[in-house]
Design a protein around this ligand. Structure first.
Ligand code: HEM
Length: 400
């Protein structure tokens, strides 16, 4: 007779928020799951998380998440109703196809240039001051400016584009207030209309940019106009939220180990290792949410059908079965490629993982080249345990 997950340890979400790594380290060796008092079963181990990401018996949650928040229509609801991230089966394949084809190799090089340019321009704005806030002055802005470049947003529109992206993204962060949700709804609509205008301008004056390529590919797949717009909005959400947190995390972790920071400053070839190890210790996305559609056996336990399943990357990426000294930041680890789990796996694996890695690499590389004397004046804290993570401010300084 198998244990069912009802026998899994019950953990308060508030305890997870207070000490997420401590809670996972406590339960993971003896239990593959924990149950959360706020609902759902969290899967803790690397192998189980990797396997379940590829298991068709656990599926994306469609519109369940906004419904739970009482949202049944509107521009935020449309992101779930018509988007790739929450879709399953053939609908998911159809919505993903044009996106993945649009991210061809030349886009990666083009995108690296946008990130490098944006990182240098941001550093120019505070270079002479001797200090800045890593989260709000750098990590929050860099992905939005880089993405604006890729999408062909004209320079004068970037500030309002950035305001709307930040306001919309608040909805996806942990514990948004009612006011933040209301503002996110307006911002998501403004953004969608703005993107529609960009597409129309591109249709009048055809160009060779990413957006034009995506539009052509999506016509081949017969996506509706709303689907096209929602997929671009999802690119904006996916390409900003996870990157912001990961940029803060990798910089703080590296600066906390001055020898490793210096090693990366001296040898830029170490940047990809530092990025991977940063993603492992503090991934940009805490994990993903699924629902079980059939009974599943895991490690001798029975997961019933109809369960909310939270696949925890934060826990899996510190699994002591897989990573030696799991809590230590070490850019020389032999199995750093396993940190790619931070981009998910299976059908929904990040459609732009190469761009995400490139962005984190360029974001770090420009910092190490321009500000090798950087040091931490405080530290960052991270919040959120099942999807997007939020980061606190974190001041850094150097001798100008
Ligand atoms: C640090 C960088 C990034 C991380 C850690 C990250 C992480 C992830 C993860 C974990 C998923 C899977 C979600 C799931 O299975 O439910 C995902 C999907 C996705 N990501 Fe990323 N991502 C990053 C960068 C980007 C960028 C730069 C873009 C776009 C420009 C992007 C767009 C997307 C989209 C559209 C999906 C949905 C794919 C699908 O459902 O088929 N991401 N990402």
């Amino acid at each position: 007779m198998l244990d069912t997950i009802q026998a899994a340890p019950l953990v308060a979400s508030s305890d997870l928020e207070a000490d997420i790594h401590g809670v996972f380290a406590h339960y993971r060796p003896s239990s593959p799951f924990i149950s959360l008092d706020t609902g759902g079963t969290m899967v803790l181990r690397y192998d189980d998380v990797s396997r379940l990401l590829r298991d068709p018996r656990v599926q994306a949650t469609g519109t369940a998440m906004p419904a739970q928040a009482g949202i049944t229509h509107g521009s935020l609801f449309d992101i779930f109703e018509h988007g790739v991230l929450t879709a399953n089966g053939d609908v998911h394949t159809r919505r993903r196809s044009a996106l993945s084809r649009a991210f061809a190799t030349e886009v990666l090089n083009e995108f690296r240039q946008h990130v490098r340019g944006a990182a240098n321009a941001l550093i120019d704005t505070f270079h002479d001051s001797g200090s800045f806030d890593l989260a709000s002055d750098y990590a929050a802005k860099l992905p939005v400016v880089a993405l604006a470049g890729l999408l062909g947003v004209p320079e004068p529109d970037v500030p309002s584009f950035m305001r709307d992206v930040h306001a919309m993204n608040e909805f996806f962060r942990p514990a948004p207030t009612e006011q933040a949700v209301a503002e996110a709804e307006h911002a998501a609509l403004r953004l969608r209309n703005y993107l529609d205008g960009l597409l129309r301008a591109g249709e009048k004056n055809p160009s060779e940019g990413f957006l034009a390529r995506y539009l052509t590919l999506s016509e081949e797949d017969e996506l509706t106009r709303l689907e096209v717009l929602v997929q671009i909005v999802q690119l904006v959400i996916g390409g900003t939220e996870s990157v912001r947190t990961a940029l803060v995390a990798q910089t703080v972790l590296l600066l906390s180990e001055p020898e490793q920071w210096k090693a990366v400053c001296d040898d830029p070839a170490l940047v990809p290792n530092a990025v991977a190890e940063g993603l492992r210790l503090e991934p940009g996305i805490a994990g993903v949410v699924r629902v079980s559609v059939e009974e599943i056996e895991i490690d001798g336990w029975m997961l019933p059908a109809g369960q909310l399943v939270l696949l925890s990357f934060i826990s899996a990426l510190r699994d002591e079965r897989v990573f030696d000294r799991p809590d230590t930041f070490d850019i020389t680890r032999p199995n750093l490629k396993l940190a790619r789990l931070a981009f998910g796996g299976g059908a929904h694996k990040c459609v732009a993982d190469a761009l995400g890695m490139a962005e984190l690499e360029e974001g770090l590389s420009v910092l190490t080249q321009r500000l090798p004397g950087l040091r931490l004046d405080g530290t960052a804290t991270f919040h959120g345990h099942h999807f997007v993570r939020k980061t606190s401010e974190c001041r850094v300084s150097w001798k100008p």
